[in-house]
Design a protein. Structure first.
Length: 303
């Protein structure tokens, strides 16, 4: 009998990097995500096929059911990642692959992989659902990270996320700002490695407790910001704080110094999406700079 699972993509509006150490972050599940379908077969192997947002195959692999060794694949690195996840999931639930002689798995993305909305986190959460194991633990044991992306995969409204003594504290919130029509997400098309970005953050010397307090306070104020101006001031304050810690100029200073609105980095600085405030003129500005992928807040957020 075929089984189907689905997980939402993610965007972290506040708390990047500091969320790893316990700062409060504001995150939104996206209207884009990834599905996973599992069907039993009699082949004696795990046959995996991944499709992109255009329903084109971007990855294939066949795995041995005993040890998840790769029998054939279109991409060795992706196969190794999958083997790591499957081994972790199977260790947590040894009954995972015992109810059939073989399996056919299909994954389907609804967003381009380059967007950075959670190709990995949606996969991990889907695998965890299939294996009936804890998705956070699967993430941490396989790769590490804060886990906010797993929370987004599982929730259907904006959330706050905070690690308290290593345990996720997730709260769904009513974040529906009256100025949402002035918020846009612009894709920089510069893929960043989260693992390398986190490692670089860990190497910095700074007052961690002070940063956590300040970021948490900014997040709390963002959620309640009554006007766009108030929200913009908080975005700028957040950028300045992280810029000082990371030793990296804010993205607006680097790429958009003449832009009339505010631009804030999201996630690993320098890649994927940024959050911009503005109006219809914003679209013309960013397109003139060569950035074609611009999504309004209302299209990005899950509703």
């Amino acid at each position: 009998m075929k089984k189907a699972f689905y997980s939402n993509g993610k965007l972290l509006i506040s708390g990047e990097y500091a969320i790893l150490d316990g700062a409060l972050g504001l995150a939104i599940p996206t209207s884009y995500g990834q599905s996973l379908e599992v069907a039993p077969n009699a082949t004696g192997i795990l046959d995996w096929t991944s499709f992109d947002e255009q329903s084109k195959v971007w990855f294939t692999a066949k795995f041995d059911l005993e040890n998840f060794a790769t029998l054939s694949t279109s991409d060795e690195a992706t196969s190794q990642t999958l083997t790591t996840l499957l081994l972790e999931a199977n260790a947590k639930n040894p009954l995972l692959l015992t109810d059939s002689d073989g399996f056919s798995v299909e994954t389907h993305l609804s967003f381009p992989r380059s967007w950075g909305l959670g190709t990995s986190s949606t996969l991990i959460n889907n695998l965890a659902q299939w294996a009936r194991v804890d998705a956070y633990q699967l993430l941490w044991d396989a790769f590490g990270g804060s886990g906010y992306d797993i929370a987004c995969a599982q929730h259907h409204s904006p959330i706050t996320y905070q690690l308290k003594k290593g345990t996720p504290d997730v709260k769904e919130i009513d974040f529906d700002p009256i100025f949402k029509d002035s918020l846009f997400f612009v894709h920089l098309n510069q893929k960043q490695s989260s693992k390398k970005a986190i490692a670089a953050y860990r190497e910095q010397a700074f007052d961690k407790e002070a940063l956590l307090r300040k970021i948490t306070h900014i997040t709390q104020k963002m959620i309640l910001a009554p006007t766009l101006t108030d929200f913009e001031l908080l975005l700028e304050e957040h950028e300045i704080l992280l810029s000082e810690v990371l030793g990296i100029p804010p993205v607006k200073q680097l790429l958009f110094p003449d832009y009339f609105g505010v631009v804030k980095s999201l996630g690993a600085w320098g890649g994927d999406f940024v959050l911009a405030t503005g109006d219809e003129k914003s679209l013309d500005y960013f397109r003139a700079k060569g950035y074609e992928t611009i999504l309004p807040y209302s299209k990005m957020i899950l509703r």
